[in-house]
Ligand binder design. Structure first.
Ligand code: FES
Length: 104
């Protein structure tokens, strides 16, 4: 099995920096128009945890280290307090600017 070919960053709307484990160097991936953070990471071979992909199971829970997102569902499975603390569900989150995604 071969790894997916990285897409050129020139097609990206925003850049996503993913840290899979605390202390790891970030992996930078382009986020193409319409992609969620999870879709962008997976498209570049970054194996972020996931299951439902619709914002309910919380398997993909992470933290935003930088940047802002909007959600593709009205009620992602996060409390207002979790959102305020920087928690994010990458499977339903679209970047509004360059973002970094950290482990929870
Ligand atoms: S994969 Fe289930 S909430 Fe993201």
């Amino acid at each position: 099995m071969s790894l997916p070919t990285p897409l050129p960053a020139s097609h990206a709307v925003h850049q996503l920096r993913v840290v899979l484990w605390p202390g790891d160097a970030p992996v930078q991936v382009p986020v193409l128009p319409g992609q969620t953070l999870l879709q962008a990471a997976l498209a570049q071979g970054v194996e972020w945890p996931r299951s439902c992909r619709n914002g309910t199971c919380r398997t993909c829970l992470g933290r935003l280290g930088q940047g802002r997102v909007r959600y593709s569902v009205e009620w992602p499975g996060l409390s207002a307090e979790e959102k305020a603390e920087g928690c994010v569900l990458p499977c339903v989150a679209h970047p509004l600017e360059d973002v970094s995604l950290l482990p929870p």
